[in-house]
Write a protein that binds this ligand. Structure first.
Ligand SMILES: CC(C)(COP(=O)(O)OP(=O)(O)OC[C@H]1O[C@@H](n2cnc3c(N)ncnc32)[C@H](O)[C@@H]1OP(=O)(O)O)[C@@H](O)C(=O)NCCC(=O)NCCS
Length: 166
């Protein structure tokens, strides 16, 4: 980590255009068809659990967390997590992840899911969900469907469909 003057704070309405530009750059127009995107469609991310990283006034990264239903229980879907390519590899993704996870824990949530690269997210405690235990409403590589228990043992009690919290 360099001595960047990095600040992490809750995302604000004023951040949304810059966050959308990061998403466009990282995922392109195909992002709207992704299963995780469809789960979040029409449901606002929880601003108490979603964070933006700034260097000065420049937004360099963001993470969103959205409420969903998993096996009939409230749960969270994390993503997208994006960091500006010019600022990658400096711990900004990790700082955003740690803030979101801590905020979710403090708010009393018990399960965070995401669709992403297991080798990256394992460092935060995310594990592959046993195939078929929770079912997304669209195609996703089972090896990329991950969960972090905020309450030990909660995953074993979560079985069935993952649906939008709409
Ligand atoms: C993935 C991403 C958020 C990481 O942000 P970052 O600020 O560079 O992450 P950090 O600085 O906290 O961590 C960097 C470390 O993660 C590793 N890493 C980054 N992406 C990885 C991946 N997809 N798989 C495994 N490891 C990965 C780096 O090699 C580096 O490893 P090191 O610590 O051993 O040097 C960023 O690269 C990004 O926005 N990518 C495009 C969008 C994306 O894929 N988002 C995730 C899916 S929702």
């Amino acid at each position: 980590m360099t001595s960047l003057p990095l600040t992490i704070r809750h995302e604000l309405p004023v951040d949304q255009a810059a966050i959308e530009r990061l998403h466009e750059r990282a995922f392109g127009p195909g992002r709207f068809a992704r299963t995780a995107f469809r789960l979040r469609e029409g449901v606002p991310a929880d601003p108490a659990l979603s964070f933006a990283a700034h260097v000065g006034t420049f937004l360099v990264g963001a993470v969103k967390v959205t409420p969903v239903i998993a096996g009939g229980h409230k749960a969270l879907m994390l993503g997208p997590l994006t960091v500006d390519p010019a600022f990658e590899g400096r711990g900004i993704g990790a700082a955003l992840m740690n803030r979101s996870i801590e905020a979710a824990r403090e708010a009393g949530h018990d399960l965070i899911m995401l669709v992403g690269d297991a080798p990256y997210y394992a460092r935060f405690g995310f594990r592959v969900i046993p195939p078929g235990q929770l079912v997304l409403p669209g195609p996703a590589d089972p090896a990329r469907f991950l969960a972090l228990e905020l309450v030990e043992g909660v995953m074993a009690q979560r079985k069935g469909a993952v649906t939008s919290a709409r």
